[in-house]
Design a protein around this ligand. Structure first.
Ligand code: TYM
Length: 320
């Protein structure tokens, strides 16, 4: 890894069982992009973001371990990627505070997440309200150029860009680079079994590590809409694991026969996911692997984030 390569960074919250939306929307891109060797890559477990909803120590530990194993299972190579835990980097929360001080409430009130909570009359924690600032810190500390994410996170990258510009302007510096989102259009939003965005909070997920039986149950529960040429939700999920050319023929041939189409989807999903599932199971036998990988990643990420933080402290005048 050389310093001159562009930087790729992304994170996932350890908030629940991973689903195929996380995988096709984000994780698969991390793996593919890092294989190319074009980027210096930082991938992290966003545990402090998850704290907004996971407020139980045992659960946090377990979810974090599972997420780290999942990253390894989908093919993330810790020799090529700096893989770490957000909470191991004090710089993230320190910088988030500094960003809070230059950010206004009306600006944060424009965030989709806040607007959704407001529309549903949900009480929102200060941590959730400030979420975009912690995320801006995550991204900007590493001179990130691209951030592979699903469509739902795009606005957060805009927040990071705006915040970088604002900080640079106020403190008359060029410390922060402007990051770009990287969203693959075909998997920008993976639909759930009810057709809405697949999301833990909607209860419409297909788990990434589901057994064949569980897969079958989830697929059978996919809501079919008979108004179009083909059942939209089934088809869209199917395109994740089989080419459209093949699918068009299959869906024409079995027009209206949802049972057969769903059975085919179960088979294709199972074939695609089986090796990932097997790798995940085998990682469970190595109790130290997660700690080892995260400790090494933390060492490297800390060197980068602390160096940036030192520049920030100088720029704002707290280093005398
Ligand atoms: P999180 O944990 O909600 O989701 C992780 C990644 O999965 C993508 N994703 C989807 N993509 C397509 N279709 C879906 N149905 C779907 N559901 C989830 C998300 O877009 C995301 O890329 N805030 C982030 C975590 C984070 C982060 C960061 C990401 C914290 N700091 C810095 C990038 C850079 C989140 O909540 O992801």
């Amino acid at each position: 890894m050389t310093e001159s390569k562009p930087v790729l960074l992304s994170g996932i919250k350890p908030t629940g069982d991973l689903h195929i939306g996380n995988y096709f929307g984000a994780m698969r891109q991390f793996v593919e992009l890092t294989k190319e060797g074009k980027y210096r890559t930082f991938i992290f477990v966003a545990d402090y973001h998850a704290l907004n909803t996971v407020q139980n120590a045992q659960e946090m530990r377990q979810r974090t371990r599972e997420l780290a194993m999942a990253y390894l299972a989908v093919g993330l190579d810790p020799k090529k990627v700096v893989f770490f835990k957000q909470s191991d980097m004090p710089a993230h929360t320190e910088l988030a505070w500094i960003f809070d001080t230059i950010t206004t409430m009306p600006y944060l009130m424009r965030a989709h997440v806040f607007k959704d909570a407001e529309a549903k009359n949900k009480e929102i924690s200060v941590g959730s309200f400030n979420y975009p600032m912690l995320m801006a810190a995550d991204i900007l500390l590493y001179d990130t150029n691209i951030v592979p994410v699903g469509q739902d996170q795009k606005q957060h990258i805009e927040y990071a860009r705006d915040t970088a510009e604002k900080f640079n302007r106020i403190f008359k510096t060029d410390i922060f680079k402007l990051p770009e989102p990287y969203v693959l259009s075909e998997v920008a939003i993976v639909p759930g079994t009810d057709g809405q965005k697949m999301s833990k909070s909607y209860g419409n997920v297909i788990p990434l590590f589901a057994s064949r039986d569980e897969l079958a149950k989830c697929v059978m529960s996919i809501v079919t809409d008979s108004s179009g040429k083909r059942p939209k939700n089934v088809y869209e999920i199917h395109t994740l694991v089989r080419s459209e050319d093949e699918l068009k023929k299959i869906y024409e041939e079995h027009h209206g026969n949802y049972k057969i189409l769903k059975e085919l989807l179960i088979e294709d999903l199972d074939r695609y996911l089986a090796p990932i599932r097997a790798k995940y199971e085998s990682l469970k036998d190595d109790p130290n692997i997660v700690e080892e990988v995260l400790t090494n990643g933390a060492r490297e990420a800390r060197a980068v984030s602390e160096a940036k933080m030192e520049q920030v402290r100088r720029a704002i005048g707290v280093t005398i």
